[in-house]
Design a protein around this ligand. Sequence first.
Ligand SMILES: *Cc1c(COP(=O)(O)O)cnc(C)c1O
Length: 296
Amino acid sequence: MQEINIENITTDKISLPLLQRKNIALSVLRLDKIHPVISGNKWFKLSHYIADAITQNKKTIVTFGGAWSNHIIATAAACAMYNLACIGLIRGEEATTLSPTLVQAKQMGMQLIFLSRDDYKEKKIPSEIFHTDYYLINEGGYGRKGAAGAAEILKTFDTTSYTHICCAAGTGTMAAGLLNSLLPHQTLLVFSVLKNYLTMDTSIKEISDNTLKSMTINHAYHFRGYAKHKPELLQFMNDFYLQTSIPTDFIYTGKLCYAVTDLIEKDNFPANSNVLVIHSGGLQGNASLSKGTLIF
Ligand SMILES: *Cc1c(COP(=O)(O)O)cnc(C)c1O
């Protein structure tokens, strides 16, 4: 399997007429470039859990996710890399044809166990593995170790010149990590991809070392909810790709880039801001869209 390559990360300075007009600098941190399948932020979020499992001499990782989950596929890949066994507890009954995500996770050695939606909601560990010695990672890697791993995202390069850091959030684990590494003059803007997950603020603060720094959570750009989309989002993603050559995913980074450019248009950023957008990967999820929807 192709190796994870942290050296591939770049910060791409974007040029758009909008930015010139508003006198704002915008760069995209390309975590999507570290691996074609394992989304950037998932790799960072997993790294401390994997290290902990190895230290504890655990041989099997167990985690939760849906049929299109970036976290599931990243966990499968990380376990394959470190010779750990892994079990994915998957939301919902087994479909007659597996999603490409689950096919790939299986190919990388992940054992799949399907849970009913009720059992999944309760995060019920199935009886066949209940008494085995496994290392459990929360859905989406949520937790302090996930945040600590994500904190390294902003430590790989000098971020001093940026005034705003923008990211998409599902569980908020990456945001908690970014908050850990935020500098005093910076603001973290978090864009929730979930509809009305209004306690995300608390979830983030619970696992971050740093509750004093400046963070705002925006709930206005979920496009009807998790993994939902609207024509204007897909149109935006195609336009953004044409203008910047940067592919985005419709679940996280497309919504994020839409939101940031929209807020720049609406004068939410002061002139002379230097904005860094975190491209957290997730491009494999676009395979769930019908062919031809996206031009990349
Ligand atoms: C999982 C994911 C996120 C959200 O990360 P959280 O830590 O759960 O908030 C953002 N972007 C991409 C591409 C993801 O796969």
